[in-house]
Design a protein around this ligand. Sequence first.
Ligand SMILES: *Cc1c(COP(=O)(O)O)cnc(C)c1O
Length: 329
Amino acid sequence: MLKKITLANTPTPIQKIQFMETDLPVNLYFKRDDLTGSGLSGNKIRKLEYLLQKAISDGITDIITCGGIQSNHCRATALACARLGLEAHLLLAGNEEQEKEGNNFLDILAGGKQRFISEKEYDEKRDSIMEEWKREIEEESDKKALVIPMGASCGLGSFGYSDCFEEILLQEKEMGISFDSIVITVGSGGSLAGLIYGNEKNHGKKEILGISIAASREEAIEGMVLPILEEMKTLDEVRYDIKSANFDVINGYQGLGYAKSTIEELEFIRDFVSQTGIILDPVYTGKATYGLISEILNGRWSEGRNILFVHTGGAFGWTREQIKMLLSI
Ligand SMILES: *Cc1c(COP(=O)(O)O)cnc(C)c1O
């Protein structure tokens, strides 16, 4: 058995969503992984439970990880490190001069050390820069550092979402309901991979769908999900045949790309939040929920199907720029 520490408040609730209810032909539910904690919240926490357990077992003193300037993952890592007495080092893509806000401010509040690189450098060299940073830290004294990849989307971290899948199975029993499809936002792909793994381990009865917010369908499947699933297989005691797994990544809702919003997306988010009381973020869950509702309205699912969307958090990702844009609509 792989071990993990406890960071998340689980099980997270599953709630029926009252949005455009008379118009939606399916039964829509949200699993509230935005409620895994307050600041220490969202989907990254489930992945960090495995990775930080490993860090503690291995005598690690410093964690290095990376993300966009408004990375939810970096904020969650900084707060988790603060809680566990580890030092967090965050490699961020973006401009250091930008006024501090949202996640980027919370990183600092939590004592995280930040380094900034350009988006180009980030895309091309983030892993080698993090390895170099690790060497620097370890040269300094008797420190030992662990590099956690972008989004904590590696094999070990993704077991957090295999566990989430099993949590859903227990909740189905309690609720007397069976979900036909489980849908989740895809950024770096680890959360989707974990759900697929959990489904396969439990005989693959459900359809698992990702909605990509940046990568193309092909990039997401070939470049992210399948390699993570392979890595998960090598870590687990039992082997499953992943090739025939029932999953897909829905294309077409990336909009203007990572962390960029369209007017339609922001309008949708405002309608959704004002009708449900559930906060969506502009980078991940806003785009994915917009995609999900569009797919429902386009007849992807037949009437009466039970659809579960895993809400992965992200509320701190609202920037001044996006707020201004929303308020001007
Ligand atoms: C990181 C993140 C995702 C994407 O999860 P991955 O496992 O990287 O695909 C979705 N929603 C929010 C709010 C996130 O921070």
